[in-house]
Design a binder for this molecule. Structure first.
Ligand code: NAP
Length: 403
């Protein structure tokens, strides 16, 4: 007996992009449950956050078996039921690796844990399937063939529609593709990676061949560097913030780092970005930081984190900033950050683009991004603002590349 639908989905002004090479269309901004939903936030406030997100066009919710030891999945599952959301309107993702309890087979990526973990996640979520199931980390103790076959089994069973990776190296993703291709199996469609203005190497450099070769998409996390890029830590650590509330070592280390000379340099950069955002874009630094990640052509979705509904509403103002990120602004941002990864060396040989022609400068993605006609995103990677795809541009910038 299908459940009564109480809340109809309206995408509002949310852009959608394809998740990597798959046909799945995901909202440019989604919402995740790490630390917050089921963790620092429980009960009705979880419902308020999810309802606010859904009513603002966010229909994708990210989770993991390990978030709050399974309670995050339970909370999201409960709220989906209580709000009366239609399953087909939603994109629900979860991740396996860390497990919810101790035990030699209670985590990792063995066939045993992938199959048992997937079933347990579905129980907690009260769902028949998730849309994408992620390997939350690589597991070098398990043969890659076992991992690829196990995720394919989960898909064949109908427990997940696609599979993907999180924080895998390019080499590991490449190996999974190689095995999937050799065995005629389904390969991972996306990578969930950390990507923000202060953390760029892997997303912008290491994965670059994967974007070209496999159309890999990213579901980006910590785009606000855990809140750092909101500017809330510019004058110390507010008492209700993540770095004050969370007591695990990774957070106390981060808090201590902010007091070091390197931490102070970071804060100065954030202050300079804040001034740029306010003076030239009339927005907050958090809007600028989110829009900056969202504009990368390989970014399929930016997973927001929010400890209150107002965060979701505020963060979605990033959509208004996206079209304002013109080349002059981007260059000023690079000037402040100084974190742009060096392109791969060519050892004196000309760089080749995806079609075998010599490029003017940089990699294809960057060339397209800096195109003055702003119809970026058409060369490889994911469609940008595209549903359906835009007409072919007649723009002839970028060393004669038509896109
Ligand atoms: N695959 C992985 O390994 C992995 C790892 C991390 C995260 N993720 C996913 O990505 C999601 C987002 O990650 P994240 O939480 O680190 O993202 P984030 O956007 O970098 O940080 C979110 C935190 O910043 C603060 N914040 C957000 N918006 C704000 C606003 N407008 N004003 C002031 N403060 C604001 C809130 O913290 P406070 O209010 O508590 O200070 C919020 O919880 C997670 O929920 C999870 O689904 C995946």
């Amino acid at each position: 007996m299908p459940q009564e639908v109480k809340l109809e989905y309206d995408p509002k002004n949310m852009p959608f992009r394809r998740l990597g090479s798959s046909g799945l269309r995901v909202p440019l901004f989604s919402l995740g449950g790490w630390l917050t939903l089921g963790g620092t936030v429980v009960g009705d406030p979880v419902k308020d956050i999810i309802k606010t997100a859904f009513e603002h066009g966010i229909n994708m919710f990210d989770n993991a078996e390990a978030y709050a030891a399974g309670r995050s999945e339970e909370e999201i599952g409960r709220v989906i039921k209580e709000l009366g959301l239609r399953r087909t309107d939603l994109i629900i993702t979860t991740k396996l690796f860390w497990g919810v309890r101790r035990g030699p087979n209670a985590g990792g990526l063995s066939r045993k844990h992938i199959i048992e973990g997937a079933k347990e996640s579905l129980e907690r979520l009260q769902l028949d399937y998730v849309d994408v199931i992620f390997a939350h980390r690589p597991d070098h103790t398990v043969p890659m063939e076992e991992i690829v076959r196990a995720f394919n089994f989960v898909i064949e069973k109908g427990w997940a529609l696609y599979w993907a990776t999180s924080e895998w190296s390019a080499q590991q993703i490449e190996e999974a593709h190689h095995i999937a291709s050799k065995l005629n199996l389904i390969a991972p469609i996306a990578e969930q990676c950390k990507h923000h203005m202060l953390h760029r190497e892997r997303a912008e450099k290491e994965y670059e061949p994967l974007y070209r070769n496999y159309n890999l998409g990213t579901t980006v996390f910590s785009a606000l560097a855990g809140g750092l890029l909101t500017g809330k830590y510019n004058d110390g650590i507010p008492e209700d913030s993540r770095l004050a509330v969370q007591t695990e070592k990774q957070f106390t280390d981060q808090a201590a780092h902010l007091r070091t000379p390197e931490g102070k340099v970071l804060i100065e950069k954030i202050k300079a970005l804040t001034a740029l955002a306010e003076n030239e874009l009339q927005c907050k630094v958090s809007h600028l930081a989110l829009a900056w990640v969202a504009r990368q052509p390989q970014t399929s979705t930016v997973i927001l984190g929010a400890s209150r509904p107002e965060h979701v509403v505020d963060n979605l103002k990033a959509l208004e900033v996206l079209p304002k990120l013109i080349p002059e602004i981007l260059e000023k941002i690079e000037g402040i950050l100084g974190t742009k990864p060096e392109p791969w060396p060519t050892f004196g040989r000309p760089e080749l683009d995806a079609f075998g022609g010599a490029r003017g400068r940089g990699r294809a993605g960057l060339l397209v991004l800096f195109c003055p006609c702003k119809e970026f995103g058409a060369l490889g990677g994911n469609d940008l603002f595209v549903d359906p795809p835009p007409p072919k541009s007649t723009c002839k910038s970028n060393a004669g590349l038509s896109h």
